[in-house]
Design a protein around this ligand. Structure first.
Ligand code: PHE
Length: 358
């Protein structure tokens, strides 16, 4: 047995005994590092005469290769062992119920928007959206509210001071501009809802400068007020989860619908508590109507061919009616106690089969 063989056996034994990546690394450095034993041996080749070198060269290189291969193989063994140990330690019983309390809660407004999307998806409505910084044209003009129209004053609009010269910009005062954007960007038949934030310069217990609306729009051939009424009834029943729902349609006025109807839902205040159903009392819940032919024309469609209905309602208000909050401002206070009390579990995804009402 040569010295080389002895050195190889010794190093291979050390490699086999290395129990961690760190231990293996010190064996590597001691053998193959700058001043390692194998490196030192290889360095002696330079000083040998040719005959001795041709004998020692292959032997030393054989040693180096054997050590390199053993190091690599041991490294893989140690890594595999570490991974296996981790996999065993991390094993989870997937049959356990998910009983972990989620750290946060779903805000009632998000919850109600999900509920509405679920209800309308079932009726074949897609979800559309539009910008919150909107052009004056989309927010008003295209909706049959020309400049100087008194309805502009009704909206307490926030105007953007640095508007580009080609058109004034506003914070959208309602979700109705999404009607315009949808009609201009997709061919009928159209069935969409558009939930989102809207802004008006108004603030008290029942008004906040930012609040949420949801818009609905249907454009097709031969659409009538009866389709609107059926759709709203179906929606209100599913949302409040009461079959005995009475709707009252009152003539109203919106520049972008003709005829326009405001919709009240029958409710009762028996025992001082609001419940939806019956017709003891009425609660206004939304504005709606048949889309005005001028709006359809402004969007580039022929009103003789296409008709439709639209509705808009306040998401915050719907949430208050359904879940019994009394002060609108609490929605935006980020008070943890309120959020814990009124928030929803992240596991509580609204579905029509399991009930949208959580
Ligand atoms: N945009 C109206 C509002 O903000 C609501 C509405 C939408 C009315 C669609 C009719 C049709 O009050």
């Amino acid at each position: 047995m040569t010295d080389t063989d002895a050195l190889r056996d010794q190093i291979l034994a050390e490699i086999a005994a290395a129990a961690s990546p760190e231990a293996l690394e010190s064996v590597r450095v001691a053998a193959m590092g700058k001043s390692g034993s194998v490196t030192a041996l290889l360095k002696t080749l330079g000083g040998m005469d040719p005959e001795a070198r041709s004998e020692a060269g292959p032997r030393f290189n054989g040693l180096r290769e054997a050590v390199t291969a053993a190091l690599a193989a041991r490294k893989i063994d140690l890594e595999t062992a570490a991974l296996n140990a981790r996999l065993i330690a991390e094993r989870q019983d997937m049959s356990l119920p998910a009983a972990v309390a989620a750290a946060g809660t779903i805000h009632p407004i998000s919850q109600v928007m999900d509920e509405l999307a679920e209800i309308f998806a079932d009726l074949g409505f897609a979800v559309a959206s539009g910008p919150e910084i909107e052009t004056d044209w989309h927010n008003f003009t295209a909706l049959n509210i020309p400049e100087s129209h008194p309805a502009r004053a009704m909206h307490d609009t926030f105007y953007i001071a640095q508007s580009p010269p080609e058109g004034k910009l506003v914070l959208r005062t309602h979700t109705s501009p999404v009607q315009v954007r949808t009609m201009m960007s997709q061919a009928p038949p159209i069935r969409i809802i558009a939930p989102g934030r809207v802004y008006r310069s108004d603030s008290d217990a029942t008004h906040t400068p930012m609040f949420h609306q949801i818009e609905g729009l249907v454009i097709d051939r031969g659409i009538t007020l009866a389709h609107l009424k059926w759709t709203l009834e179906t929606f209100v029943k599913a949302f409040f989860e009461v079959d005995d729902v009475t709707l009252r349609l009152r003539p109203s006025y919106f520049p972008f619908t003709e005829p326009s109807v405001e919709v009240d839902v029958g409710c009762s205040w028996a025992g001082g508590k609001l419940s939806i159903g019956g017709s003891d009392s009425w609660m206004e819940i939304l504005g709606s109507g048949m889309v005005h032919p001028r709006v359809i024309a402004a969007c580039g469609l022929d009103p003789a061919e296409w008709q439709g209905f639209a509705f808009g309602t306040g998401v915050d208000r719907l949430a208050m009616l359904k879940y019994g909050m009394t002060d609108l401002r609490a929605f935006f206070d980020a008070d943890l106690r309120w959020l814990k009390h009124y928030g929803f579990s992240a596991f509580d995804v609204p579905t029509l089969s399991a009930g949208v009402g959580a």
